[in-house]
Design a protein around this ligand. Structure first.
Ligand code: SF4
Length: 324
């Protein structure tokens, strides 16, 4: 078991599984104690996510409504103009967000004019004094360096699931590709945002295997998004069962215990959680949420800004200030 004052990078899967399967209230109590040792427990990081290029992705991630090969209801949208993105960022800042994350549905970044435009967006958002985060697909070392120099604070690249289960979910790239991009991000000096999704049909062992990969990295990802599958109509996983809230709470708590210093983020699937259910996740150590002014998290619904503000007030929580 982790004591409350140290970071470990030598976890084993049986250890994580034993934590995950502990009696629920013991697990939450331990995670809440660790949360309070490492973080101000009344602060929640609010990040705004904007899809700057939506849909038409050549990849086959079976959970994703943006994959061109699935017949989903999303509106395909080319790369947004820089001014539009900056207007969204300003609005997000005014609404209390400290971090602005720009997402593009690309397999990988290409060295072309679209990437030049992303660089301009990054510089613009950076000038607003917000932490800039991007999620643009796979990166080379040079592209990671360029993003860092333009002012990107964090790069999101989720593992999605365990190495063992990965090929059941995505066939167009490998788990090792994910790890390579994360290495490039780290080497360039950006912070890493990497987590995964539960509800893909994986086992508890798969969940722990994914957390093990993250928790045994030389440096833990600074942000760990824990997503519940958003079941998008038209994708191969649209009929998967809804994730039970206690599985989500167990996942959040285990991530908190294994990576005490990281921000553990509630991401996709939050729309299907009640305020009470989200409160349990915060109690178990989640301290970051995505919100979206267009009330979408990429292409799936997400609670609106005003709803989130009300929830934070009800729970006695406040938005975390930007660390910049
Ligand atoms: S998750 Fe990302 S890479 Fe996979 S299909 Fe969706 S947009 Fe493409």
């Amino acid at each position: 078991m982790n004591n409350t004052g140290t970071l470990r990078h030598d976890w084993t899967k049986p250890e994580l599984l034993a934590i995950y399967e502990r009696p629920l209230l013991d697990l939450i109590y331990e995670a809440a104690t660790i949360h309070r040792t490492w973080h101000k427990a009344d602060e929640i990081q609010i990040s705004t996510l904007l899809s700057v290029k939506t849909g038409g992705c050549p990849e086959d991630c079976s959970y994703c409504g943006q994959a061109a090969r699935y017949h989903t209801d999303i509106n395909v949208q080319a790369l947004l103009p820089t001014e539009t993105v900056l207007a969204h960022a300003q609005k997000a800042k005014d609404a209390g967000s400290s971090r602005f994350c720009m997402a593009a549905a690309w397999r990988e970044v290409r060295d072309n004019r679209d990437f030049d435009r992303i660089i301009d967006m990054v510089k613009g958002v950076n000038n607003l004094g917000m932490e800039v985060c991007c999620t643009l697909g796979m990166l080379t070392e040079q592209q990671a360096q360029r993003l860092h120099e333009a002012g990107v604070h964090a790069y999101n690249h989720n593992l999605d699931t365990s190495e063992e289960y990965y090929k059941e979910i995505i066939s167009t790239r490998s788990f090792d590709h994910r790890l390579d991009t994360i290495k490039h991000v780290r080497k360039a000096g950006m912070t890493v945002c990497s987590g995964g999704i539960i509800g893909l049909g994986e086992t508890a062992e798969d969940r722990m295997s994914m957390l093990l990969t993250l928790a045994n990295m030389e440096t833990h990802p600074e942000s760990v998004p824990i997503n519940a599958l958003a079941r998008v109509k038209g994708t191969p996983l649209e009929n998967n069962p809804k994730i039970d809230i206690w599985e989500m709470v167990r996942m959040v708590a285990t991530a908190r215990i294994a990576m005490p210093a990281s921000m553990v983020r509630l991401s996709a699937g939050r729309i299907e959680m009640t305020e009470t259910e989200q409160a349990w996740c915060f109690m178990a150590g989640a301290n970051s949420i995505f919100t979206g002014e267009r009330e979408t998290l990429l292409v799936t619904p997400n609670p609106g800004v005003s709803e989130d503000k009300q929830m934070l007030t009800n729970l006695g929580l406040k938005p975390m200030r930007s660390k910049r």
